[in-house]
Design a protein around this ligand. Structure first.
Ligand code: SF4
Length: 386
């Protein structure tokens, strides 16, 4: 088994170590890759029996490790892997990675020190991969990177070619080109830079899913400065209002960190008031935990653990109320869903794994269906096929 790890925050490190343990218990033969793989000694200490540990973005090393323990039989046909490559998600959706690394230096994050500065993939290469995935039956592409809205900055938005057309390597051209593939296109890790506004009309026209995953992390300008966040809080509420004016159906997902060093009760209240006003659709919240090597570890005024946890609970309680009201507003509507498994689908507002689902009877994975929503529970919707 191959375990892809994350070293972004301590919770993810714990989760990655637990996943390695689970894989070892189930299978006994495990290769570890991903961000946390950069800390080979750390993983080997926790799980000495893993077969190999490779760093992030190192497919050749992963494949070498796999072939060292599972030699490839000599068969000329095995080299003819499908043009869409090998992917581990279900057949009907796939992640499309458009760049690697990040030019920011958020004080709580060690990704740039592990993965380096932003390196955008050439637009023709990204589009070819997307087109091959769609040809292979993918119905939904999830665009990911560390900073999707910065796509092309490192190559000065150089012009590439797509189907013989000159196409600049930038966020909006990528979105326009992807929209021509006529599948669901979902954007993750988008920062609220001004140029992001240009993609909202594409959402209103139904060319890109009306869904934005924007990791705000906080709302207090003081804490955002300490976090060294890009595109910080100023005018964010106005921007969100503008997005909703252009595309009333837009679903906004975000993540936040509470209990960051120096976060006062006033900063936290500011965050709660932002949450109340922003009315986001889906929200994740972490209590801050220091990550080895992060600059934020040197900041004074650490928030006591009990305060962090209580702030997280207060935050989640408020958001649970907002999310429940948002879900309730969908009762009685007929919604299009993409079916992940019989009886379980997702609407345009729900990304796989992280958002809610729609439960109903029937259907097969990869099909689209119309579902009439009868009721809403805390995170999910329930209904019947229309
Ligand atoms: S934007 Fe900040 S949090 Fe995200 S990868 Fe870059 S440095 Fe880390």
């Amino acid at each position: 088994m191959i375990v892809n790890t994350c070293g972004f925050i301590d919770a993810a490190v714990d989760e990655s170590l637990a996943a390695i343990g689970e894989a070892l218990a189930r299978n006994g033969k495990v290769v570890v890759t991903g961000c946390l793989g950069a800390k080979q000694g750390f993983i080997k200490k926790a799980h000495p029996s893993v077969l190999a540990v490779t760093g992030p973005h190192d497919t050749p090393a992963v494949m070498d490790a796999v072939h060292a323990y599972l030699p490839k039989p000599h068969d000329p046909y095995t080299d003819l892997i499908p043009p869409q490559g090998v992917k581990l998600t279900p057949r009907h959706y796939a992640y499309l990675k458009i760049s690697e690394g990040c030019n920011h230096r958020c004080s709580f994050c060690i990704i740039p020190s592990m993965r380096g500065d932003l390196v955008s993939r050439p637009i023709d290469e990204v589009m070819l991969e997307a087109e091959n995935l769609v040809r292979a039956g993918v119905k939904e592409l999830l665009v990911i990177s560390q900073d999707t809205s910065a796509y092309g900055v490192d190559v000065k938005y150089q012009t590439g070619f797509w189907h013989g057309r000159p196409t600049k390597t930038n966020f909006i051209n990528l979105c326009r080109s992807l929209s021509e593939l006529n599948v669901w296109i979902r954007l993750h890790y988008v920062y609220p830079y001004p140029h992001v506004d240009e993609v909202i009309p594409l959402m209103a026209e139904g060319k890109i899913l009306p869904y934005l995953d924007v990791p705000f992390q906080h709302a207090s300008p003081r804490i955002l400065r300490l976090m060294k966040r890009p595109a910080s809080a100023e005018k964010v509420l106005g921007r969100i209002a503008g997005w909703r004016e252009t595309c009333p159906d837009i679903a906004i997902r975000s993540t936040f960190i509470v209990g960051f060093p120096g976060e006062s009760e006033a900063d936290f209240s500011h965050l709660l008031s932002f949450l109340e006003q922003a009315q986001l659709d889906r929200v994740g919240c972490f209590a801050y935990s220091p990550v080895e090597g992060a600059a934020a570890n040197d900041l004074p005024e650490a928030v006591p653990e009990a305060v962090k946890q209580s702030r997280r609970e207060r935050f989640m309680k408020l958001q649970a109320k907002i999310s429940a009201e948002k879900l309730k507003a969908r009762v009685g509507k007929k919604l299009k869903v993409l079916i992940d498994a019989p009886g379980v689908g997702r609407t345009m507002a729900d990304a796989p794994e992280i958002d809610g689902v729609v439960r109903f009877k029937g259907g097969s994975a990869g099909e689209f269906a119309e579902v009439l929503i009868d009721r809403a529970s805390e995170h999910d919707l329930h209904g019947r096929r229309a």
